[in-house]
Structures are given as C-alpha cells and as structure tokens.
Design a protein around this ligand. Structure first.
Ligand code: GSH
Length: 204
C-alpha cells in the first residue's frame, strides 16, 4: 500500500493507524499547493479532488476520504482493535464520531489553512467556530473516558488527535478544553504517533 500524505495534515491519522495496524506501506509526500508528489508525479492522477489522504492498495485501487480510509485500515487488522466490528451499534457510533470530525471539526479549521495567513479581523469569528465544535468534544470527554469509543484506541481517537493538535499550530490554546488537551497529549505519546510524526518530519 502507499499512503499519499502532507506532513501534519489529516493524512497523519491514517499514517498512525497503518503503524498501529502493523501494515506494510510506503509514504509519498504531496505538496498541497502544487498538487505534485515528491517524485514529481501529478497527484490529481491519484485523487482527482487533489487532497490527502489517499491510500493506493497493492492491486491499484485508491481509497480517499479520511473516515473511509481509516475504517479500511482498521478492518484489515482486527487484532489491532482500531474499530468495533462491522454491523454493531459500537461501529455505528464510531462512524458517527468520524463523520462529526470530518464534516464539522476538520472543516472548521479551513480559514486557518487557506494559503494566506488569517487576518486579525477574521480570527475571532474563525476561532469561535472551532471553539463551538471543541466544546462538544470536551463535553464528551468530561465523563473521564480515555477514548472516544470503547476502552481502547480507535481510529476516531487518531483522527481527533490529528485535528485537535492543529490548535497548537494555529495559535488556539488547547488549555481552554482541559480534557481535550490531556487527550491530545495521551494519543500523541503513543509510540505509533511519535513514529509517524517523526517520519513526516514534524518532530526531531
Ligand atoms: N473530505 C476529505 C478532506 C481532506 C482534506 O481536507 N485534506 C487536506 C489536508 S487536511 C488537503 O489535502 N487539502 C489540500 C486541498 O484541499 O487542496 C477527507 O475527509 O479526507
């Protein structure tokens, strides 16, 4: 398999999942501005929509859209328990959370990654959109749970970690949400997360 990624982007969640699932994979970096990969290839030939993550399987098929890619990786390695079994209520809960993260949380960061720095005038409103979503996550974690779903790390945790960690790069203080801040520290300390971030050049 080959994961097309951009350092620190939402593809990081898939990258961590591949490591936790003990899968063999290659990485190919994508320049999100030029849509070329590190080999000079046109990334739009891989994903016509031009965004990561894209996971090309050994047979040549490519899967896109983070919730789908994450579940594909989880289902390849049931022993890693990164997702509840299909057709269970717990699996539906996982899908519920993955879709919330993808459509509500992830996209709330859009103004911060438009390609030009966000203006001082636009920042408060953009931060409030993020905060609205983060407050909901904080409420979920307030019952003391260590993971979004069940008692072990799932792909939803990896996705939430990846997106919430962006706060640290766009100047939003995660300390406003203490449970979420602790969650990000906890997931970020997992060996697979540390290895993935190092491989993407995000840490020393
Ligand atoms: N709907 C897609 C969105 C993926 C996405 O927004 N990827 C970002 C990085 S986090 C990207 O590659 N952006 C570059 C672009 O849209 O041109 C998914 O859930 O996978």
């Amino acid at each position: 398999m080959k994961l097309y990624y951009t350092p620190g982007a939402c593809s990081l969640a898939v990258h961590i999942a591949l490591r936790m699932a003990d899968q063999e994979f290659e990485l190919e970096r994508v320049d999100s501005a030029t849509k070329t990969t590190e080999t000079g290839a046109d990334f739009r030939a891989v994903n016509p929509r031009g965004y990561v993550p894209a996971l090309t399987l050994d047979g040549g098929d490519t899967i896109t859209e983070a919730p789908a890619v994450l579940q594909y990786v989880a289902d390849r390695a049931p022993d890693a328990a990164l997702a509840p079994a299909p057709t269970t209520l717990a699996r539906t809960r996982l899908q519920e959370v993955l879709n919330f993260i993808a459509s509500e949380l992830h996209k709330s960061f859009k103004p911060f990654f438009s390609g030009t720095p966000i203006s001082d005038a636009d920042r408060p409103a953009a931060e409030e959109v993020v905060a609205n979503r983060m407050r909901f996550v904080e409420a979920m974690l307030a019952d003391g749970r260590q993971h979004l779903i069940g008692d072990t790390v799932s792909v939803a945790d990896l996705y939430l970690f990846t997106i919430a960690n962006w706060c640290n790069f766009v100047g939003i203080d995660l300390g406003r949400w203490p449970n979420l801040k602790a969650f990000v520290a906890r997931i970020g300390a997992l060996p697979a997360a540390r290895e993935a971030m190092a491989a993407e050049g995000l840490t020393g």
